[in-house]
Ligand binder design. Sequence first.
Ligand SMILES: NC(=O)c1ccc[n+]([C@@H]2O[C@H](COP(=O)([O-])OP(=O)(O)OC[C@H]3O[C@@H](n4cnc5c(N)ncnc54)[C@H](O)[C@@H]3O)[C@@H](O)[C@H]2O)c1
Length: 348
Amino acid sequence: MGNGKVRVGLVGCGVMGKSLATQLRTIDQAELIAACDAVEDAAKAFAEEFGVWVTTNLDELLGREDIDAVLIATPAYLHAEQTVAAAKAGKHVFCEKPMALTVEDCDRMIEACRENNINLMIGQVLRYFPIHAKIKELIDSGELGQLLCLTIHRLGGGFTGVWAKDWRKSKALSGGMLMEVNIHELDYLRWVGGEVESVFAMGENFLHQECDYPDCVFVVLKFRNGALGMLHASQVSAAGSYGGRADCEKGSLLFPQLWSGELVVQTESERKIFKAEELSTENPVRRELREFIESILEQRPPAITGEDGRAAVALALAIYNSIETGRQSRVGCDLRRTENFGQQLSGQ
Ligand SMILES: NC(=O)c1ccc[n+]([C@@H]2O[C@H](COP(=O)([O-])OP(=O)(O)OC[C@H]3O[C@@H](n4cnc5c(N)ncnc54)[C@H](O)[C@@H]3O)[C@@H](O)[C@H]2O)c1
């Protein structure tokens, strides 16, 4: 650590890398000092914009002794190799979602970080959006009683503009829509509702034949605590939408606009409304990076661990398994029982 600051290197200078770098620069306890991108023009453009040393060679970045931590913002198929390399070089790792594309790769990442005694945080940033966080707080408080059902829909119109990258069209490189986009909602459903026992899903590719994965998926989830969940994930909606609701024993939570709207809490006796901007104004990406940096300085695990990232990946894979087999699929997110991952329920 230099002058009580965590000195950071960025890996992947694309859209998310720049967003991370922009937010990191507003955090006093952190200093962005280097970046790496395999594409020379991207690295050079980043150097000009952010005024830091750049390289196209990851080993060169990881070899710098004045770097304490890295932010990995490359396509998902690279996350495992780059995290393991960073861990071996003794750098703390913040890795963008999805953590990786297989449970085995997640395990390799967790193991390498554990062996080298470094922090691993996964960028499941939705947990830091104000309405998302308030829903979690209210359900955990128990004031509405047991959660019964939780539904979320996230609908978009496809990968256009800055999101139109070739790697996003390939399930082998991105994990497909369920991992590249909806790993956010899968992590969120599990964070709020608890571990998922099994899923049943259907999916179709309606509009994006250039992509080798479903662009519209309906998922029903059974939580271990008995509650039910539902996700409608889509990239075929011209109108787009993002929201949902939660019904608990003693009241309902209505959140028709999850990013920035209002959260309505309805019980028999009262109706309360929380507005996103009154809950928090800190940029959620800044908030997640602050957590990563503080966890390093305070020598404690970060709030969103490799095990969390792994559980979301296992959930996505179980959903793909259900779509492919037409059957209900168990979720192997219990770290002690990896062998049942994605397995079909017996006798079906
Ligand atoms: N948290 C969020 O809300 C959010 C939003 C967007 C993207 N992401 C995640 O961030 C990651 C990157 O997405 P993006 O939109 O920035 O992609 P992008 O294509 O804009 O950027 C990726 C960058 O990585 C570089 N790269 C490719 N291979 C590399 C290698 N071997 N070494 C170093 N650099 C390499 C590319 O040249 C490119 O500049 C993905 O995991 C994505 O899911 C997260």
